[in-house]
Design a protein around this ligand. Structure first.
Ligand code: NDP
Ligand code: DXP
Ligand code: MN
Length: 411
């Protein structure tokens, strides 16, 4: 067989042994799909360690099935976790499984920094993902990052902790961008085009949105995800966070990152190059693909997900985003430009407001209105000071949660 004249750059780089993966948030939507990807590719991956929140039963079953070397839970004590694992082991007929155990608020960070892992999949929801992100980076592990909030609230702090290439995006849009960026050099990129499904309320007016319910907000048209990210898709806060995430990951200025609505969620994002060429990544909406590529980067995992089927007719459509009805992106761009800690405030206020919306204490429009008001009140110099540190980020966060709760309490 003659050799190809084209040089495929990634052909000779296979790993010598399976990568050991620590899954943070293993009981959630990203985490359970991560477990599935690993189980489907035992030649590529093995579960090294698991961290979950309150679902000790599922966490214990995952631990027993994978024989993870370390397990951590945010809720309960080490004794509670040991008991759950004993019960799961007995139910599975397993004997002699004794992982290292961690419990409490620092458990996820202990697992993320655990020395028996090569790569950490951070699938926690919310800014509590910051400590595990920093722990994984400081331990020198590759970080497959689904938890966008940690990068957004940590910003330069997280970037400064990471060596080049240490953070691999798992968020579908950023995985698409990373794949498309393989097509050219940094100086050849003119624009990042971030696709948005438009969420369940695409095409609605502001008046239409005043009375929508949590159930309606959770009816995402194309993706099955956890509660917070699904709500954020409905408000467009998810897209706002993703525009900032793209800016931080790929060092492209915010004015060269554009959202576009693509209701089918098949094109996950695009890169426009200086010669007018646009590279798009397309696949049916299925997070197993970006998860597999994230933990296996730069290698693709055969059969990770199904490709688009071109034997049946389909249309892929695009439309501009209605930024007057959905102001979250404009607000995030202003916040990101204002100071290093403004996005921590934006995100914390949003987390509080999303919780209040699901408790039916506020309406849907109050979510972004609360973020807007809290960001507007924030004085970075007084609250966080001039230097960006973990403490200053946490101070900004605490201030924002308090300011948001005060406002939400008044509603
Ligand atoms: N789901 C998706 O398809 C996508 C998600 N993302 C991002 O990935 C992240 C996860 O989203 P998703 O999987 O949907 O969220 P889920 O709500 O489904 O899962 C969240 C996970 O975090 C765990 N958790 C909560 N608190 C802690 C804690 N203190 N320590 C350890 N684990 C904790 C939960 O544990 P328990 O359930 O045991 O309490 C659960 O395993 C988010 O940042 C989201 O924006 C990005 C793109 C797509
Ligand atoms: C799957 C994923 O990456 C989500 O972040 C998704 O993008 C949400 O869809 P929206 O485009 O509706 O925000
Ligand atoms: Mn996304």
């Amino acid at each position: 067989m003659s050799e190809s004249t084209f040089c495929f750059p990634l052909d000779d780089l296979a790993d010598a042994r399976p990568r050991r993966v620590a899954l943070i948030g293993s009981t959630g939507s990203i985490g359970t799909q991560g477990v599935e990807v690993i189980a489907g590719a035992p030649d590529r991956f093995e579960v090294a360690a698991l961290a979950g929140g309150a679902n000790l039963g599922l966490l214990a079953r995952q631990a027993v099935a994978s024989r993870a070397g370390a397990v951590g839970a945010a809720a309960g004590t080490v004794d509670d976790l040991a008991r759950a694992i004993d019960e799961a082991a007995e139910a599975a007929g397993e004997r002699g499984y004794r992982p290292e155990l961690f419990a409490g608020p620092d458990a996820a960070a202990s697992i993320a920094g655990w020395e028996g892992a090569d790569v950490v999949l951070n699938g926690i929801t919310g800014s509590i993902g910051l400590a595990p992100t920093l722990a994984a980076l400081r331990a020198g592990h590759l970080l497959a990052l689904a938890n966008k909030e940690s990068l957004i609230v940590g910003g330069a702090l997280v970037k400064d902790c990471a060596r080049p290439g240490q953070i691999i995006p798992v968020d579908s849009e950023h995985s698409a961008l990373a794949q498309a960026l393989r097509s050219g050099g940094a100086g050849e990129v003119s624009k990042l085009i971030v696709t948005a499904s438009g969420g369940p309320f695409r095409g609605r007016t502001r008046d239409d949105l005043a009375a929508v319910t949590p159930e309606q907000a959770l009816a995402h048209p194309t993706w099955d995800m956890g509660r917070v990210v699904t709500t954020n898709s409905a408000t467009m806060v998810n897209k706002a966070l993703e525009v900032i995430e793209a800016h931080l990951l790929f060092d492209i200025p915010l004015d060269r990152i554009e959202p576009v609505v693509h209701p089918q969620s098949v094109i996950h994002s695009m890169v426009e190059f200086v010669d007018g060429s646009i590279m798009a990544q397309a696949s049916p909406p299925d997070m197993r693909l970006p998860i597999a590529l994230g933990i296996g980067w730069p290698h693709r995992v055969p059969g990770a997900a199904h490709p688009v089927d071109f034997t049946s007719a389909a249309s892929w459509t695009f439309e501009p985003l209605d930024e007057d009805t959905f102001g979250a992106i404009r607000l995030a761009k202003q916040a990101a430009a204002a100071s290093d800690t403004h996005m921590a405030v934006y995100n914390a206020a949003n987390e509080e407001a999303v919780e209040a919306f699901h408790e039916r204490r506020i309406g849907f429009l109050d979510i972004v209105d609360t973020v807007d008001a809290v960001v507007g009140e924030y004085d970075a110099g007084t609250v966080a000071g001039a230097e960006l540190t973990v403490e200053s980020v946490l101070a900004a966060e605490a201030w924002a949660r308090n300011a948001a709760r005060n406002r939400l309490g008044e509603m």
